[in-house]
Write a protein that binds this ligand. Sequence first.
Ligand code: ADP
Ligand code: MG
Length: 692
Amino acid sequence: MSISITQLQGVGAKTAAHLKRLNITTIEELLFHLPIRYEDRSHVKPIAHLAVGDNALIEGTIQASEIKSHKSGRGRSLICLFSDSSGSMMLRFFHFNQKLVASLKPGTHLRCFGEVRQGYHCLELIHPEFKQLNANETLFIEHFTAIYPTTEGLYQTTLRTLIQQAFNYLTTNEIIDYLPPEILTERQFPTLADALQIIHYPTTEAIVKQLQEKQHIALHRLAFEELLAHHLSLRVLHQYAQHRQAPQLNNNGHLVQTLLTQLSFNLTSAQQRVYAEIAADLRQPHPMQRLLQGDVGSGKTVIAALSALQAIESGYQVAVMSPTELLSEQHKNTFVQWLSTFEISISWLTGQLTKKQRTTTLNDIVSGSSALILGTHALFQKEVEFNRLGLVIIDEQHRFGVHQRLALHDKGNQNGLYPHQLIMTATPIPRTLAMTAYANLDISVIDELPPGRTPVNTAIIPNSRREEVVERIKQVCQQGRQAYWVCPLIEESETLQLQAASEIAEQLRLSLSELRIGLLHGRMKAKEKEQVMADFKSQNLDLLVATTVVEVGVDVANASLMIIENAERLGLAQLHQLRGRVGRGSEQSYCLLLYQPPLSSLQKSRLAAIRDIHDGFIIAQTDLELRGAGEVLGVKQAGITNLRVANLQQDKALLEHIQIVGKILLETQPDNCQRLIDRWIQKNWKYVGLTH
Ligand code: ADP
Ligand code: MG
């Protein structure tokens, strides 16, 4: 059905251009252009019962028609007095030709559809859609009429006629159903052609209601297909990487063993398990594509260090990429400390280097004398050339998109060998969702915190008790500890938000004049932000007031109090991430959630959940149940949000099955997989960065 739409009657260059704007170039694409709503044209209303604003179907006879000049002197209208047995109204046309005038002669029997407006003398329909009826044709029942998303200059009626024509093609040309018949039977799905027929032309009010509430099986069927297409596209990316060659980092693990004996702690069993998974991948001749998920503080950094040593022992370079300079410095310090007994040369590619230092560093990287290289995405600038890059570790993955990661993969290509990739994220995401959203990656999870952590004590406090909160800050800071005050983005406008934060900082400076208070907001330059964070880290500030999310992953162990304003407006995952900024030292930490009463019941359950639950994965699961998947942080970051029919929350019951079906299809019908991907996913998305 990849027949061009220009084969349809009435599609000239102009209409084709309009359709192109809706991404429609083929008849099949036209069939997949789904209605946004339906209008009820199954009941004819008596004119006497009409109200202004109704979209109504009426039936009657033209009593009189005339062409009137407008009072303004500009233009003319065709006006018809139209009546049924209950009353009369006007039909008004601003654009008309002789043909129209002729077809609206007095005595003509019509069925009209349009929006009812208040006219000068009586109710009017402006430019109604109409159909002439023969005297004995009055009981003809129409479908509910689908209303489509459209673009300027393309009329609903045009779209409707074209879609009708497309359906006529279906009788002679098959639209290929890529879902295997077993699945249709098992899930009791209609065939693709039937599903489309139902969605475009629902026949009863009950069906329309189900469609509008997204409950109809015809929509579930399309949702299944769409999610399957997304899943397949990610699996294809995965396979693509699997066809590439990577260095086999196979060695006797001497460096790894040495580090393990030197650490002041033992790995948790979760850390041992995920390291074993990574180590096995690194020995393969194909690039690892692995996502390491672990809650804040679960100990991902040491896993990164062990993986790095495995690559270095085999004579390869390792790049560790962080989202900000500050985080990259933090990693540099940790690695320098852990690896101090090894003769491993470490380079930190920071913006703070002088020109000369930078040149030296770049030389060390290209000559291969430096084995471990840390930095931000600046690591992947043109001037940076690696010698033998074997492993790339990306921390806090969500700051980098899929495409950036692919570009990075290509950059590491040397003599046909691609580096392994380890992506680390602290954003927990429920398992079934992870397997969909990250289907291009293998997943390892650290589902256990190191022993001896005290959970952050969390309290929910109404705004009326702010003074107590301020007093609390005073106490904490006087004991030499530090605090955060976060004002999350609640206003549409960043300026208003900034104003709110600055005002809070000012108020706090007045009431806490003995404390050193810093302000961090989105409008500051990166350098200024980092300076404020650095001051906080080095304890030159006692309290940090911040608008947007405080740098993910920033580790200030001395901070023990987190205050979150408007906590009721935030999602659970964000609250959990923010709370994770404290509780990093050995002492008890606190998180105070300030809210503005009254709370809705959803807000109440959310705040109670964050107070009572400390495990990030359980929080993510709860978030999913309370709010829906599109809002679950990790899913948003993974980018499966532009779904047309499916909804990850409503259709989550399909996900497990989709993984199974996806696997079978990839093995047995790879060509159909590609066609399914083409059908559902924007064509230019697929292979960005994979074009050679
Ligand atoms: P994250 O997963 O958030 O990056 P980190 O790797 O920064 O967590 O680890 C948090 C802290 O826990 C660090 O100080 C780290 O040295 C320590 N740590 C990591 N693993 C263990 C362990 N098995 N036992 C005790 N402490 C650990
Ligand atoms: Mg970390």
